[in-house]
Design a protein around this ligand. Structure first.
Ligand SMILES: [Cu+2]
Length: 471
């Protein structure tokens, strides 16, 4: 973690806009100076020093946008612009985002705050911002063409509304949406309750991140914007494992994690070692009678889920999307399953023609992590991550919840690997092996068959490659 830049300088601004509109020359001179952040590190929580107090969130591999108070109005300045995002160490993507990063900075306000957001467009095409989930005047909803004219390149617009209800929200363009979201334009928004709320508990740690996805060919830098479903990089806040920071907490901390989904498919988000409650959605805090314990919650496209749990089990707990191809990075999709296929002979023959020929996936795909295959520059390995016991063989939407007895309150740094108490790690059995008794008869059936097959057949098929269009 690195230290955060200070709040930007205060400057005065004239008047309050009542509808999203182009700013006059005079007002432009008084725009809040935009704060730009280019580090992909998780920034420490931004403790509010003006306005009503609240318990700030920590944005995974992200940051919170500072504001200035202007006659009781919280003023923010978002700059839509091309950015270079390090998605994982050694792998950089050319994306579009806000204020130097994709996703943009998290905006944190308090219920009842009047908020004014200046949006400057430095993209090569028009844009707009929709404030997903908010109650606001219709002219502030940000759908270009429907609620406002699009913000042309070089122009600055003003949005102003009262953050009416507490909860977890997000923002994203509503102009050339498929392109701009495929390029990484999105951000988080949190409205904290103004007073103790019967459905919102106080927590020790409050994390947030967006689920997003890209289609970047190995060796290239820019996402393919026409991809509809077959993305190859599944990310949290435009980071992929092992580039996603761990969620470090203190033993017995009450933890909240807020997740928003701006990909084009659903993600069953799964936490190991603990049970959680879904305490909020885009609609606000959930009624207590509707909450039950889960270890996986599905976050559908365009949804937000807020989960809470007591971190009362020490250790390094996996936290990931349960779609196993979402915990992998870019790979060729149309590879047939070769498990159990012995092609030693074939490989030898091909080797005489192509000396470097290598058979992949004969014993599963784990070998892939060990292969020192030459890959193009600027490519994330498909599965990687060196753990204390070897390769974790993961990529994409994967991180680790680190629960530690001695993690200091307010310390979000990575404490390293968990030191397991003696005798609590699964280990190899070295005693005698008994031959298991196997039952050989054929299975029964629910109704008698008239014709029996002449000889029992064992199905041995190689699954044809079909891509995987139905994520
Ligand atoms: Cu997923």
């Amino acid at each position: 973690m690195t230290s955060r830049r200070d709040f930007f300088r205060l400057a005065s601004i004239a008047g309050g806009a009542v509808a999203a509109s182009a700013v006059s020359r005079v007002a432009l001179a008084a725009l809040p100076e935009p704060v730009i952040q280019t580090s992909p590190d998780t920034m420490p929580p931004l403790v509010p020093n003006t306005g009503r107090s609240y318990n700030p969130v920590v944005t995974l591999n992200g940051w919170t946008l500072p504001w200035r108070m202007n006659n009781g109005v919280k003023e923010f300045h978002l700059v839509a612009e091309p950015v270079v995002r390090e998605m994982a160490p050694g792998f950089k993507a050319h994306l579009w985002g806000y204020n130097g990063q994709s996703p943009g900075p998290t905006i944190e306000v308090v219920e009842g705050d009047r908020v004014r957001i200046f949006v400057t467009n430095k993209l090569p095409e028009h844009t707009s911002i929709h404030w997903h989930g908010q109650r606001l005047p219709n002219g502030m909803d940000g759908v270009a063409g429907l609620n406002q004219p699009a913000i042309q390149p070089g122009k600055t617009f003003v949005y102003e509304f009262v953050a009416r209800r507490p909860g977890t929200f997000m923002y994203h363009p509503h102009a050339d949406e498929m392109t701009q979201m495929a390029m990484g334009m999105m951000g988080f928004w949190i409205t904290h309750p103004k007073a103790k709320h019967p459905l919102i508990d106080e927590v020790n740690r409050d994390f947030c991140f967006l689920l997003n996805a890209y289609d970047i060919d190995p060796g290239s830098y820019t996402p393919k914007i026409m991809t509809m479903l077959d993305f190859n990089l599944w990310s949290w806040n435009s980071r992929i494992f092992p580039g996603i920071d761990s969620l470090s907490v203190r033993l017995n901390d009450k933890v909240r994690i807020r997740i928003g989904n701006l990909t084009m498919t659903n993600h069953p988000i799964h936490l190991h070692g603990h049970e959680f409650l879904v305490t909020g959605t885009d609609g606000g805090p959930t009624p207590k009678s509707t909450r039950w314990y889960e270890v996986t919650t599905d976050v559908a496209v365009g949804q937000m889920r807020q989960i809470e749990f007591l971190a009362d089990e020490e250790g390094d707990w996996a936290f990931h999307c349960h779609k196993s191809h979402h915990t992998m990075n870019a790979m060729g999709h149309n590879v047939p399953t070769l498990i159990g296929v012995d092609h030693r002979g074939i490989a030898k023959k091909i080797n005489s023609l192509i000396p470097d020929y290598m058979v992949m996936g004969e014993r599963g795909m784990a070998d892939m992590t060990e292969m020192e295959m030459p890959i193009p520059d600027n490519t994330a390995p498909m599965m990687t991550g060196e753990g204390p016991f070897g390769s974790v063989e993961m990529g994409g939407m994967f991180s680790v919840l680190k629960v530690r007895r001695d993690q200091k309150p307010g310390d979000y740094s990575n404490p390293g690997w968990f030191k397991h108490p003696e005798g609590t790690v699964a280990h190899e059995y070295t005693g005698p092996l008994a031959e298991p008794a196997r039952f050989k008869a054929e299975g029964g059936q629910s109704m008698p068959r008239i014709q029996k097959p002449p000889t029992p057949t064992e199905v041995k098929v190689r699954k044809p490659s079909s891509g995987h269009e139905n994520h």
